[in-house]
Design a protein around this ligand. Sequence first.
Ligand code: IPM
Ligand code: MN
Length: 356
Amino acid sequence: MEYRIALVKGDGIGPEIVESAVAVLEKTGAAFGHRFSFTAYPAGGCAIDACGEPLPRETVEGCLAADSVLLGAVGGPKWDGLSGDRRPEKALLGLRAALGLYTNLRPAKLYPALAGKCPLRADITAKGFDLLMVRELTGGIYFGERGRREGKFGPEAYDTEAYSVMEIERIARVAFDAARKRSGRVTSIDKANVLETSRLWRETVHRVAEEYPDVTVEDMLVDNAAMQLVRDPSRFDVVVTTNMFGDILSDEASQITGSIGLLPSASLGEGTRGLYEPIHGSAPDIAGTGKANPTATILSAAMMLRYSFGLGKEADVIERAVDEALLAGCRTADIAAPGEKMLTCAEMTEEVLERI
Ligand code: IPM
Ligand code: MN
């Protein structure tokens, strides 16, 4: 069986980390007798430079025609001055929308080998944590009406948050289904003490919960959730939340794993095609220096095998190879303790490849 993968390498460290994940996919494919074919498409700042727009049509069409998409990262200071619709980030938002990827899965767990890199107290890290953030990805304030206008105090800007019952129901089902395969607990995060969208969110999540009597659901306000994540992350299992809250809380969750360079993500819609990318950005400051950590992108490739292609065993092999490399003390710059040997992106990739 041949799987066609669209590569959107993007900007900054994007090309380096995607190259690492491609090497891992090729080795895994060879070991299990699968063929992966790769076609690269421009998006983000590099597409602005080459084609004059962040998300060229051929990129959208190429991704739609592929079995799945592996993305590096987009953006950088070079394009920071551009207006909203012309920015590199527009490519990511546009792709998510065009592919109908309303679910974003962001697992965050503490690797025992990296407990020392976790900024939390030892009595907190001793309990470990392993949570799955389910972030709604194509709705809310990211996609609401926005603009500039004349307001009460002169010129003002506005962004609006809207959520339909349908959008909340479908992401809630994703979370409840995921909880069934884990510990059966869902925490739904909102700001229902202030926002009307959150009140509808809460109502709807609870109605969907009736279909899942075997899953327990608790509500948590987002400000409290931000606090609980650093007070006792072990209390969370599946977390479901809106596009913006999920964006913010997943960065927080990544930091308590030790580094944002470790967290993969899967963006999914109705079919099997997904978009897989690290949760971190393009890190333009370290691009080309070899300091990038390929782990999050390699783990994103593993998620692709599991969620898009149904190759769970193969995904396990990649995840185990990463575990073993970390256990063996392999460290990129972001996770090396003072005095520890630092591996480059390519060297870290080699260490993972050797363990497949
Ligand atoms: C992420 C990123 C994106 C987001 C940006 C680059 C548009 O921060 O994937 O978390 O906010 O979704
Ligand atoms: Mn983010």
